[in-house]
Ligand binder design. Sequence first.
Ligand SMILES: O=P(O)(O)OC[C@H]1O[C@H](O[C@H]2O[C@H](CO)[C@@H](O)[C@H](O)[C@H]2O)[C@H](O)[C@@H](O)[C@@H]1O
Length: 252
Amino acid sequence: MAARPEPLPPGGLAKLAPGSSCAYFFDVDGTLLEIKPRPEDVISDEDLRLLLVALAAVAGGALALVSGRMVDDIDRIFAPLAFPAAGLHGAEIRFPDGSRTCAESAVMDEARPKLRDFVAAHPGARLEDKGATLAIHFRQRPELEGEVRAFLAGFAQGGLAVQEGKLVAELKQGQYNKGAAIAALLEAPPFLGRRPVFIGDDLTDEKGFRLVNEKGGLSVRVGPPENATEARLRLNDPAELRRELGALVAVC
Ligand SMILES: O=P(O)(O)OC[C@H]1O[C@H](O[C@H]2O[C@H](CO)[C@@H](O)[C@H](O)[C@H]2O)[C@H](O)[C@@H](O)[C@@H]1O
């Protein structure tokens, strides 16, 4: 049930989520990295890459990135690293052995030209065509929010659903979500048998929080305290998450 998350207790993630027994799942935008004006502005720095490599090592490789972005875009951000990953809110998964699943993009063929036309008619709005999902960003014109959401709601039928996010709304296939993606990754070694830890910041992460709660894991939301969430615990921002992960790696 959604409620206000608690701050981390003393000892933080180093105490709550040791690398010897946990599997780590991280959202990207707003969690590992700060939000930027445009999606392509986001890129990992060397410190974060080294931190994630160190954490993956102490967890026996049980670290995955779980994002609304395409897996190829996640790889661009963290290059040359290529972690196990779920992209497109779970519609795309790359398992630790390198095998991949990806939802059909043809399901968006009817909607795609209509979204293009909408964006062309609304300067400042932007279409991010991710194949199996289509996102309309309105960060440059936040006043378009109501119009974008109402427009996309008209496509929410026949298995399609709208995923809301930070100054973005997106058309996806309803059966895919981050909870199902984390559950699928947890079936595969080296995730199998480990306690899941999921850290995210946005509406798309709520099903991931619920899944790890059901599995007895740890759910942590990055962001202000006032919003109700399925996550049980809270961190202020990506910088605090980095400090926590640094401390965790240091004690392992
Ligand atoms: O699940 P995430 O890893 O958090 O990805 C969610 C969406 O992230 C990107 O959009 C968001 O971040 C952009 C860069 O900081 C920002 O400009 C935009 O306003 C945000 O909505 C990405 O572009 C989307 O595809 C992801 O679904």
